[in-house]
Design a protein around this ligand. Structure first.
Ligand SMILES: *[C@@H]1O[C@H](CO)[C@@H](O)[C@H](O)[C@H]1NC(C)=O
Ligand SMILES: *[C@@H]1O[C@H](CO)[C@@H](O)[C@H](O)[C@H]1NC(C)=O
Ligand SMILES: *[C@@H]1O[C@H](CO)[C@@H](O)[C@H](O)[C@H]1NC(C)=O
Ligand SMILES: *[C@@H]1O[C@H](CO)[C@@H](O)[C@H](O)[C@H]1NC(C)=O
Ligand SMILES: *[C@@H]1O[C@H](CO)[C@@H](O)[C@H](O)[C@H]1NC(C)=O
Ligand SMILES: *[C@H]1O[C@H](CO)[C@@H](O)[C@H](O)[C@H]1NC(C)=O
Length: 421
């Protein structure tokens, strides 16, 4: 009996010790906010993962960089060439503890690839993990943040995607932290440790938290990094696109300059998305201000796809340096049906007011909104409408009490700019 009590007491002591340890860790963890020299608007770039998984090398990375130039993607703002998982050897340098690039995949080294990417006027990103190993089993940065951040800085890295695999049990979160602020969770502390290490470097390094929407990251992501993933990995299918839009619209108040809900990397060019679904994929990432990180072999994109990802007006909305908020759902007219995800969004840019409409159903439908129902437009005024996809001014003018109707193809999105006459 006495022995049993004693064991119980020991267990209780351990639990208490663990609680006070994590509170102490949160209290002493870095609190540096992300750099304001990068990441004001959501990142525009490319990443190896959706295109190649672990089958990466220097030639593929440089080919993507050259495609940015050849396809005119750099001219419209695409900037980051990001290397994902599987770029390193499986063990660190036993003397320096640095991560060693895989010399078969990257014979000239990451720093030389960075130089070549920079010489094209572009920026380069790399990948690590807030655990003991990356998702594919290469060295992770937990506990090694200072060494790894300094290494990335020395190589000329501009962007870090920081994943969430292989987290030791005592670094995960089973419940809300003491005090209720998830900024003090073990998850957030792991990301804060890398954020603090990046803040010590001479280069501004954009910090992309890839913790899959865990630990209420939308509540603290902006205090630690420039963007944060909201879900597990994207898939090239309509169900992923609608589910991540649904997730994002629940957290739009977290979005602003230097602060972006990341709907994960693009699937245009992969799978069997219809052209309409690809347009919705691109438009929704743009109007919700998610990073747009292309994820396919760019040389295989057809002209329609290249034109789609280069749409100047949607990119201008995404990259607006005056108006940083995401578009948000609105009720298009009294009694409009509610859907999940919502179909009608409105917002502003430095060039006017905007309405975006997704047809979530699998057949063509007529969509309608009333100008006075668009919150940004108010109850008076005369309006004209411009099609952001085609760049055409639509004929006619509209009073606040009038309605606008359009036939929208299955899974397509229409995009308008509305200005006063
Ligand atoms: C480890 O680092 C030391 C010191 O920079 C270097 O001499 C050695 O070649 C490195 N080893 C490997 C395997 O890269
Ligand atoms: C987890 O355990 C390691 C090794 O004992 C320790 O360094 C670390 O601080 C612990 N993490 C937390 C959140 O308690
Ligand atoms: C489609 O995406 C969902 C995630 O939203 C995933 O669970 C499912 O496996 C995907 N289907 C295919 C065929 O890839
Ligand atoms: C297109 O979208 C709307 C959303 O109101 C959906 O309810 C409708 O069923 C869709 N298509 C058709 C056939 O109406
Ligand atoms: C659309 O209208 C604006 C003025 O409101 C004008 O500056 C622009 O040239 C027009 N665009 C086209 C394609 O006609
Ligand atoms: C952004 O855009 C609109 C119209 O172009 C403007 O009225 C609005 O106040 C702007 N500012 C912000 C910070 O949203």
């Amino acid at each position: 009996m006495l022995l049993k009590l004693h064991v119980c007491f020991l267990v209780l002591q351990q639990v208490l010790a663990q609680t006070s340890t994590s509170t102490a860790l949160a209290d002493s963890a870095p609190t540096e906010p992300p750099s304001t020299q990068t990441g004001k608007t959501p990142a525009l770039g490319w990443n190896t993962w959706n295109a190649y998984g672990c089958d990466i090398n220097e030639a593929k990375v440089l080919a993507a960089a050259n495609s940015f130039i050849d396809l005119g993607l750099a001219d419209v703002g695409y900037e980051y060439i990001n290397i994902d998982d599987c770029w390193s050897k499986t063990t660190r340098n036993s003397t320096t503890q640095r991560i060693i690039p895989d010399s078969t995949k990257f014979p000239s080294g990451i720093s030389s690839v960075a130089d070549q990417v920079h010489a094209l006027g572009l920026k380069i990103g790399i990948y690590s993990d807030a655990g003991t190993a990356t998702c594919a089993g290469f060295p992770g940065s937990l506990g090694m943040e200072a060494i790894d951040a300094a290494t990335f800085n020395e190589w000329g890295i501009d962007y870090l995607k920081y994943d969430n695999c292989n987290v030791p049990g005592n670094w995960s979160d089973s419940s809300q932290p003491e005090g209720g602020d998830w900024y003090n969770s073990n998850s957030a502390v792991r990301y804060r440790q890398m954020g603090g290490a990046l803040a010590q470097q001479s280069r501004p390094i954009q910090f992309a938290l890839c913790n899959w929407g865990n630990a209420n990251v939308w509540d603290w992501g902006a205090r630690v990094g420039h963007s944060w993933r909201m879900s597990s990995d994207s898939r090239p299918n309509w169900s992923y696109i609608t589910s991540i839009i649904t997730t994002n619209v629940a957290h739009l108040s977290a979005v602003g300059f230097y602060a972006h809900n990341d709907m994960d990397m693009m699937e245009i060019g992969n799978g069997a998305l219809t052209t309409q679904e690809q347009r919705t994929h691109f438009a929704a990432w743009a109007f919700l201000k998610s990073p747009i990180i292309l994820g396919t072999d760019l040389s295989k994109l057809d002209d329609t796809q290249v034109a789609l990802i280069k749409n100047a007006e949607l990119l201008a909305f995404h990259q607006d340096i005056t108006n940083g908020s995401a578009a948000h759902p609105f009720t298009a007219y009294t009694g409009a049906p509610t859907t999940s995800p919502p179909e009608y969004y409105s917002g502003t840019s430095s060039t006017g007011f905007h309405v975006f409409i997704i047809n979530t159903s699998s057949s063509t439908a007529t969509k309608m909104f009333k100008f006075s129902s668009v919150p940004e437009l108010g109850q008076t005024g005369t309006w004209k409408v411009h099609d952001m996809w085609s760049g055409a001014n639509l004929s006619g003018t509209y009073s606040a009490s009038s309605s606008f109707s359009v036939s929208v193809q299955a899974h397509d999105t229409v995009a308008y700019r509305i200005t006063a006459v």
